[in-house]
Design a protein around this ligand. Structure first.
Ligand code: ZN
Length: 199
């Protein structure tokens, strides 16, 4: 399979490691890169390295950010008494796009999955519990995906949080079963949020 030079092969290999990029797309991207002006490619590469270097987890909500405390957590205009729990920063972005949510978030970075050996200690639940110790929190909205793992995580969290006397709600099941939140359209997400029920 040595149609191309070693350098091009390496580039194709790097691209094919990315999620959602198959062999054909990897080839297309590799050839695109080598045909681009050098300066542009350098800028692209620098951006990649810099993002990886500077992006970290928000100390409060655990979302990916380039600050110690992310803009949402540090905003005075957000309602800090309502925390929406999501699986990923992409889910957070999906809810932000609806423009219908003014509370703050907590990003778990995954969901509980006995099948994959992912337990409560493998996702950012501890960090959530620390936040709940503050009197300020009045409601926790469980907005994990409606997949098996997402439901299991919501159940687990609900049992853990309810005894503390904090209102726990679950987003309505308008979100397609097994569907990743990030691919659900804004109207459906806004409705799911609106129609949340108390657990
Ligand atoms: Zn934050």
């Amino acid at each position: 399979m040595d149609y191309y030079s070693k350098e091009i092969n390496q580039l194709i290999e790097q691209f094919s490691r990315l999620p959602g990029i198959g062999a054909k797309s990897a080839q297309r991207l590799a050839f695109y890169i080598v045909s681009e002006p050098k300066e542009q490619v350098k800028q692209f590469a620098d951006t990649l390295v810099s993002a990886r270097e500077h992006v970290r987890y928000c100390k409060c909500c655990q979302t990916l950010t380039d600050r110690e405390i992310c803009p949402i957590c540090s905003s005075k205009n957000r309602d800090h008494s309502t925390i929406m729990v999501v699986e990923s920063t992409r889910d957070l972005a999906a809810y932000e796009k609806t423009g219908k949510y003014n509370g703050v978030y907590h990003v778990l970075h995954g969901a509980i999955s006995p099948m994959l050996g992912i337990g409560p200690n493998d996702i950012r639940i501890k960090e959530l519990l620390v936040r709940l110790e503050s009197d300020e929190v009045k409601e926790v909205i469980l907005a994990t995906n409606s997949s098996l793992e997402g439901e299991a995580t919501a159940m687990y969290l609900s049992k853990l949080i309810r005894p503390a006397g904090i209102k726990v709600t679950r987003i309505a099941s308008g979100v397609p079963v097994g569907g990743d939140l990030e691919y659900t359209d804004e109207v459906t997400l806004a409705r799911a949020l609106e129609g949340r029920t108390q657990l």
